[in-house]
Design a protein around this ligand. Structure first.
Ligand code: SF4
Length: 460
């Protein structure tokens, strides 16, 4: 055997025992596997977290969480039991050291962020923004982002069964927090969805629709099925991708009879029409892949859809090592038949600096994970560059590592650049976290903050 930097080994999936949490000590398997029970018992606030975890979770942790929620959080708390149960999967709150293990847990770090997780020096990058990808600016009709030439993103609804602390759509998705109000759709849901279908019928150049939100698992099934059926009737649509983190966060939803039967109808109709339907989910850590998640993915594949794929997010403290990324990818591919697809760099929303990696770190990770997985299942690490779109991290055109600014170009116009002659020659910036820069680079940003360094004039 040759000694390799990463030692591959198969790991059997396990469903952690939820009865280790005092609040769920009496919960039966039938209750656990019910989507209704899961929805009714989501943890939405500190009081409910304490009820589930009992006194084993320290007061200091609870105060840390409370402070984050009142001063920093961009997303309100919403954690399904399924996801909470994957945190510290082998120890219960009654065991010594539980709070420390909870602090260190990768899933906790992005689902239940606390104040001490965040950077004190630069909690947000100066160029961080709500809707950092400018999706709403590119709405062709309300909720339908037309950013790429042949594909669109349909934001059907602004809610999810779970709220991730780093959500890139924090501008729109979820409930308001003490520091963040949320954008509200102007039109009613049915009018919005009808306008989307009308736009797609009138725009034959679009062949690919990402049906998203929020999370499509929060749309009543008949409404989602009707929308996808309408898409299947649009002549030019060839690819439909349903975006749902709930395949992992609440697999019970996708295992329900109504949803499976409906997906079978859609799968059959898609095959008749030669259209590909796929599910895109969002798993960031290997420990989130449990037997129930694998069952849900298999149930979806059994309906005859084309694929189930994963789009994770690269997050510091969660999956920022080659081992974590390869463990995740192998768990998905080997044990759950979910295709590792993308790993996004965390977007530049407020409060995200502690999660973000530099471009150099992301490039290094991409290099380190090459060669272990089949090529088709090696996730591509991508930077979603504002006004550009997804770019593989090695596609950067220029990189100033002193100021932490990478420059990117593109080969198509977004929906708002029809008359923009410079769109294809301009360089578009993206920014590394400032605290990772060399001392003189950090000083430049501090001077800029105090008005002593020139403003960047990057976009002509
Ligand atoms: S599931 Fe997706 S849309 Fe919903 S909160 Fe998480 S990242 Fe945001």
């Amino acid at each position: 055997m040759i000694d390799q930097p990463y030692a591959y080994q198969r790991r059997e999936l396990t469903e952690p025992d939820w009865r280790r949490f005092p609040g769920w000590a009496e919960v039966t398997s039938a209750q656990w596997e019910s989507a209704q029970w899961q929805r009714a018992h989501c943890v939405k606030n500190l009081r409910q977290l304490r009820e589930v975890a009992g006194p084993g979770l320290s007061d200091a942790f609870c105060a840390d969480l409370e402070r984050d929620q009142s001063e920093r959080a961009t997303m309100s708390m919403l954690v399904p039991p399924q996801m909470l149960n994957t945190m510290v999967p082998t120890a219960g709150p009654g065991e010594p050291g539980f709070t420390d293990a909870f602090y260190a847990d990768p899933v906790r770090r992005y689902m239940i962020p606390v104040f001490s997780d965040r950077r004190a020096d630069w909690p947000s990058h100066p160029y961080a923004a709500r809707d950092s990808l400018h999706e709403a600016e590119m709405w062709a009709v309300e909720g339908l982002t037309h950013r790429y030439p042949t594909k669109v993103l349909a934001e059907l609804l602004p809610t999810c069964p779970q709220y991730c602390g780093h959500c890139t759509r924090m501008d729109l998705v979820g409930n308001p927090t003490p520091t963040i109000t949320k954008h509200k759709f102007g039109q009613g849901r049915d009018d919005r969805l009808a306008a989307m279908i009308a736009y797609l019928k009138a725009t034959p150049g679009v062949r690919d629709v990402v049906v998203s939100g929020g999370d499509v698992a929060n749309l009543p099934w008949p409404r989602l099925e009707a929308f996808v059926a309408d898409l299947l009737d649009v002549e030019n649509i060839r690819d439909i991708r349903l975006a749902t983190k709930a395949l992992m966060g609440m697999p019970q939803h996708w295992l329900g009879d109504e949803v499976r039967a409906g997906m079978e109808r859609l799968g059959a109709r898609a095959r008749e029409r030669g259209v590909s339907i796929a599910i895109h989910t969002h798993v960031n850590a290997a420990q989130s892949v449990t037997p129930l998640v694998a069952r849900a993915a298999q149930a979806m594949l059994d309906t005859g859809i084309r694929d189930v794929r994963n789009q994770g997010v690269l997050l510091r403290g969660v999956n920022d090592s080659p081992e974590a990324l390869l463990d995740l990818s192998f768990a998905l591919l080997d044990e759950a038949k979910i295709m590792p697809y993308y790993l996004y760099m965390c977007d530049m929303i407020p409060g995200s600096e502690h999660w973000r990696l530099s471009l150099a770190e992301a490039q290094h990770l991409q290099h380190r994970i090459m060669g272990y997985l089949p090529g088709f299942a090696t996730p591509r690490i991508v930077c979603d560059v504002p006004y550009v779109g997804k770019r593989w991290v090695h596609q950067v055109s220029r990189y100033d590592t002193d100021l932490g600014i990478s420059y990117w170009t593109k080969n198509y116009r977004t929906g708002i650049e029809a008359g923009d002659e410079l769109a294809l020659s301009r360089e578009y910036p993206y920014y590394d976290p400032i605290y990772l820069l060399p001392a003189h680079g950090q000083q430049w940003w501090r001077d800029r903050d105090r008005g002593r360094a020139p403003e960047l004039t990057l976009v002509p």
